[in-house]
Design a protein around this ligand. Structure first.
Ligand SMILES: NC(=O)c1ccc[n+]([C@@H]2O[C@H](COP(=O)([O-])OP(=O)(O)OC[C@H]3O[C@@H](n4cnc5c(N)ncnc54)[C@H](O)[C@@H]3O)[C@@H](O)[C@H]2O)c1
Length: 481
C-alpha cells in the first residue's frame, strides 16, 4: 500500500523574527493543510529549510508536526544528508518521534557514483522499518540517481517504496516506471508536472504550491486519480459580480471544475481562490476562462486569451460590432464560445424558433419579441432578444428588418418588420416572449428565468466542453450536441 496518493505538501517551517521556529504558527499551518485537503505532510524537506535548522530544531519540528497531525494524514520526515551517518541518525530519530515515512534526498556536493548512491540509501533504509521515499533533484544536489539505480534500490530494500522525481526529464520518469515495472510509488517534485508524471503512472505530487493552494493542488491530483482528466481549472473574469458569485457557489459543489483564480476590478468580496484586480496582474494559468464582466472589459480579455492561448466562454452582452469582429478574429487563434444566453432552455427555444418561423412567416404571421429585465441592466434590447431575432432572420435568409421603436412612425406595419421591445423594472431575472401574430390566432413562445443559476449552469457546462478545444467560434448548440 502506498504511503499516500494525491498531493502531499512540502511544508514550510515558520520562523520568528529572531530565527527561532514558530511552533504556534506551525500548528496553524498544519491545521490549514489538513482542512485544505492535503493528503500528506512532508516536514523538514528542502522547502522546510531543513538545511539551516539545527539537528535539535529539525527533530523537534518533526515531533511537533506528528503531534499536530495526530494521525489524520501521514507525516513524512525529510531526513536526508550528504553524510550517511547523519542521515541514519536523523532517520532513526524521526522514526522514534512517530514519522510515518521518510523522504531522503540524494547526497549533495559529494558527487557519489551510482554504486556510492546505492550504498548510501541502502544503509539509511536498513536503519529503519518505516517506508522511505527517495528524492532525486539533480539541479540542487549535483547528482542524478539513474532510473536503473532507483529500480535496483527498490528491489534490494523492501522499504524503499517511492521516489520524488524533480529532475524535470519526462523520459527519465518513464524509464523509472519501466525499470521498476510500475511497482514504485512515483511523485512529481515539480508543481508544473503533476499531470504529466501521473499520466506515466505517478501517485501524485510532493508540492510546494500546496503551501498556499492546498485545495487546488489536491483537486488536480484527485481528479486525475478519479479518471477525470478533463476536470477544468477556471479563470473567473468578473468573479465578484452577480453572475461571478453564482458561478463561484455552483463550482464549489461541482467536483469536475475548480475556480483556480478570479479577476475583478472590485475587491470587496473574499473568495476561496486568489483574485487579481486585472488580467495583466494575473500569474496563475487556467484551462478555460468564464467571462461575466462588462463590454468595456472584453477587448482586454480577448487580447489576454489569445496571448495565453486560454479558451473563453464569453457571456458578457452588449458588445459593439467592432467587438464582435474582434471576437471573430480572436477565434482564429483560440477557442471562443459566445452565447448571449447560456440557459439550456433558451438554446432549445433558439432551435424551435427556426422551425416555427419557417412555417408561420409564409402564412403571413407577424413576429414580435418582448423582453423584460431588472432595472440594473445596462444594455437594451437584451443580447438574448437579439439572438432570438438573429436565429429567425437567419432561417428566413435575412428578410427581416429589426424595429426597436415605433414612436416616430405613422404607417402600417410592414411584413418585413421584426419588432423588439424592452421592458426594465424591479428585479426581473429575464423574460422573453416571441409572439407570432396571425389572422385570428396568436402563438407565443415564452421563456422565464427564475434565477441566475440557469445561466451559471450553462456557463459551467460550456467551460467543461471548451477546455482543450482547438481554435474556433463555438456556441451552446455545440455543447448541447
Ligand atoms: N450570456 C448570459 O447568459 C448572461 C446571463 C447573465 C448576465 N450576462 C451578462 O454578463 C455580464 C455581467 O453580468 P452581472 O450581472 O454579473 O454584472 P455585474 O455588474 O454584477 O458584474 C460584473 C463584474 O465585472 C467586473 N468588472 C468590470 N470591468 C472589469 C474589468 N475591466 N476587469 C475585471 N473586472 C471587471 C465588475 O467589477 C463586476 O464585479 C453582463 O454583460 C450581463 O448582461 C450574460
Amino acid at each position: 500500500m502506498s504511503l499516500f496518493e494525491g498531493a502531499g505538501v512540502a511544508l514550510v517551517t515558520p520562523m520568528k523574527e529572531n530565527g527561532e521556529v514558530n511552533y504556534e504558527k506551525l500548528g496553524e499551518i498544519v491545521e490549514m493543510q489538513i482542512n485544505g485537503g492535503s493528503d500528506a505532510i512532508i516536514v523538514c524537506g528542502t522547502t522546510g529549510e531543513a538545511s539551516t535548522l539545527t539537528h535539535e530544531e529539525h527533530l523537534e519540528c518533526i515531533k511537533a508536526v506528528v503531534d499536530f497531525t495526530a494521525k489524520r494524514i501521514p507525516v513524512i520526515a525529510g531526513t536526508g544528508s550528504n553524510c550517511t551517518s547523519t542521515a541514519v541518525y536523523l532517520s532513526t530519530e524521526a522514526y522514534k518521534r512517530g514519522a510515518d515515512g521518510l523522504l531522503v534526498v540524494s547526497p549533495y556536493y559529494n558527487k557519489a557514483t551510482q554504486n556510492g548512491l546505492k550504498k548510501h540509501f541502502l544503509t539509511i533504509a536498513g536503519s529503519v522499518s518505516i517506508p522511505v521515499i527517495l528524492y532525486n533533484i539533480k539541479g540542487r544536489t549535483g547528482v542524478n540517481i539513474n532510473a536503473k539505480t532507483i529500480a535496483e534500490l527498490a528491489k534490494e530494500a523492501g522499504n524503499i517504496v517511492g521516489v520524488k522525481e524533480a529532475c524535470g526529464d519526462i523520459s527519465q520518469v518513464a524509464d523509472i516506471m519501466y525499470y521498476s515495472h510500475g511497482e514504485l510509488d512515483l511523485y512529481s517534485g515539480n508543481d508544473d508536472q503533476i499531470v504529466p508524471v501521473m499520466s506515466l503512472g505517478g501517485k501524485g505530487v510532493i508540492s510546494v504550491l500546496s503551501n498556499i493552494l492546498p485545495d487546488v493542488t489536491h483537486d488536480i491530483a484527485a481528479k486525475y486519480l478519479a479518471g477525470d482528466v478533463a476536470g477544468s481549472c477556471i479563470l473567473m473574469h468578473g468573479c465578484n459580480g452577480k453572475m461571478g458569485q453564482v458561478i463561484t457557489h455552483l463550482a464549489a459543489e461541482d467536483e469536475n471544475v475548480t475556480i483556480a483564480v478570479g479577476v475583478d476590478a472590485y475587491d470587496g468580496i473574499v473568495n476561496d481562490y486568489p483574485v487579481f484586480s486585472s488580467l495583466s496582474d494575473c500569474n496563475i494559468d487556467a484551462d478555460v476562462i468564464i467571462d461575466f464582466s462588462n463590454a468595456q472589459a472584453v477587448d482586454g480579455l480577448l487580447d489576454y486569451a489569445v496571448e495565453s492561448k486560454t479558451p473563453v466562454v464569453l457571456c458578457t452582452t452588449g458588445l459593439s460590432e467592432e467587438q464582435l469582429d474582434k471576437v471573430e478574429a480572436a477565434s482564429k487563434h483560440v477557442a471562443i464560445l459566445r452565447s448571449a444566453n447560456m440557459s439550456i432552455g433558451i438554446n432549445v427555444i433558439l432551435k424551435l424558433l427556426r422551425d416555427a418561423v419557417s412555417r408561420f412567416a409564409p402564412e403571413g404571421f407577424d413576429v414580435e419579441i418582448v423582453e423584460k429585465h431588472h432595472n440594473q441592466k445596462l444594455d437594451a434590447p437584451s443580447g438574448t432578444a437579439i439572438a432570438l431575432a438573429d436565429a429567425m432572420n437567419d432561417e428566413m435568409n435575412g428578410m427581416y428588418e429589426y424595429v426597436y421603436d415605433r414612436s416616430q412612425v405613422r404607417q402600417k406595419r410592414d411584413k418585413k418588420e421584426l419588432g423588439i421591445s424592452a421592458v426594465r423594472g424591479g428585479n426581473i431575472v429575464g423574460e422573453h416572449d416571441v409572439i407570432f401574430a396571425g389572422t385570428d390566432e396568436v402563438i407565443t413562445i415564452s421563456h422565464s428565468a427564475h434565477s441566475k443559476a440557469i445561466f451559471a449552469k450553462g456557463a459551467i457546462a460550456a467551460a467543461k466542453y471548451l477546455a482543450g478545444r482547438t481554435p474556433g467560434l463555438y456556441d451552446m448548440s455545440d455543447v448541447m450536441s
